[in-house]
Design a protein around this ligand. Structure first.
Ligand code: DON
Length: 309
């Protein structure tokens, strides 16, 4: 069954919206505190370029951890699989996204996967370029191509706000540097990482990126292969195993769609061979996932039989 009208989507949004009251807006990055806790919106982007949406999809938000999928794709394109996975593992963790614990207990020290902060920082370090500006601009160009939206930029206020308060991430960087996984200046890496997290877009842009992943890295409209097939597949696999952090197992059972969340409240979904999904609902659960967003994805998956399992 296929979604045929915005009314159908609106009914699901209305049902999931009650769950916004169960969550809290992220406040550890001061600039994120201002988000409207009651917001909930969704866009579904089809490979023929048509889309359906419900809620206020003009609301923009920052990618936060959703950017980890895109930096992974870029690092894999820049360095190849062997190089990347010698330095970052491929296994899920049951720990929170910003945990340092496993870095201490795994020998040799290596982040468990590219979706937790430690792994994502190591991956961002791998992006090629002669300066932070050049590396960031290469990432932004990829995002602009994936969204077919050249106006996408980053939110300077959110980037600065995170840069000023990211001491836990700095400590992860220093740990990684001590173990030879990061060689550059930590402040430079933090500059790049906080900018990648602050790339700003809306649900429709996010759904379009999801759609490209649904079609294994090929833009279904322009037919251009934006990300090599095997790399898009690796990214999608990580979305299944680690995309919703330590809620990924439950999400796979209840929803069954490769997805990645961020603390701004965004969720990107890629229904293999069918369409992309962009959701925004800033009220988060204690694991950092959008509460109403996850409920909405579940309702959607049940209604249209979207689970890949
Ligand atoms: O590293 C951080 O703290 C954020 N910029 C991104 C974290 C995030 O989105 C975790 N997601 N649920």
């Amino acid at each position: 069954m296929q979604c045929r009208s915005e009314n159908e989507l609106q009914i699901l949004v209305d049902e999931a919206k009650h769950f916004t009251s169960k969550g809290k807006v992220a406040d550890y990055i001061p600039a994120l505190k201002r988000a409207n806790r009651n917001s909930l919106s969704i866009a579904i982007y089809n490979p023929d370029g048509n889309y359906f949406s419900a809620g206020d999809i003009s609301e923009s938000f920052t990618l936060q951890s959703i950017s980890k999928v895109l930096t992974l794709a870029l690092a894999l394109m820049d360095r190849g699989e062997e190089y990347v996975f010698e330095r970052v593992g491929q296994e899920p963790t049951g720990d929170p996204f910003n945990s340092i614990a496993k870095l201490e207990t795994s020998i040799p020290s290596r982040p468990l996967n590219p979706m937790i902060n430690a792994g994502a920082l190591a991956v961002t370090h791998m992006i090629k370029g002669n300066s932070v500006e050049e590396r960031f601009s290469r990432l932004l160009t990829l995002v602009q191509k994936l969204t077919a939206n050249s106006s996408i930029g980053y939110n300077k206020e959110v980037a600065e706000s995170e840069f000023e308060t990211a001491d836990l991430n700095r400590s992860l960087c220093y740990f990684l540097k001590q173990h030879g996984l990061i060689k550059e200046d930590v402040e430079e890496l933090m500059d790049l990482y906080t900018k990648q997290c602050s790339i700003e877009l809306n649900c429709l842009d996010l759904a379009r990126i999801g759609c490209v992943f649904s079609f294994d890295g090929k833009d279904p409209i322009s037919k251009e292969q934006l990300i090599p097939t095997h790399i898009a597949r690796i990214c999608k696999t990580f979305m299944v195993t680690c995309g919703m952090y330590n809620a990924s197992g439950e999400f796979a059972i209840k929803v069954g769609i490769p997805a990645k969340s961020g603390v701004s409240g965004g969720i990107m979904g890629a229904v293999p061979g069918r369409f992309g999904i962009g959701v925004f609902g800033p009220a988060l659960d204690d694991k950092g996932n959008s509460v109403a967003g996850m409920k909405l994805m579940r309702l959607l998956s049940e209604k249209y039989s979207l689970s890949m399992f």
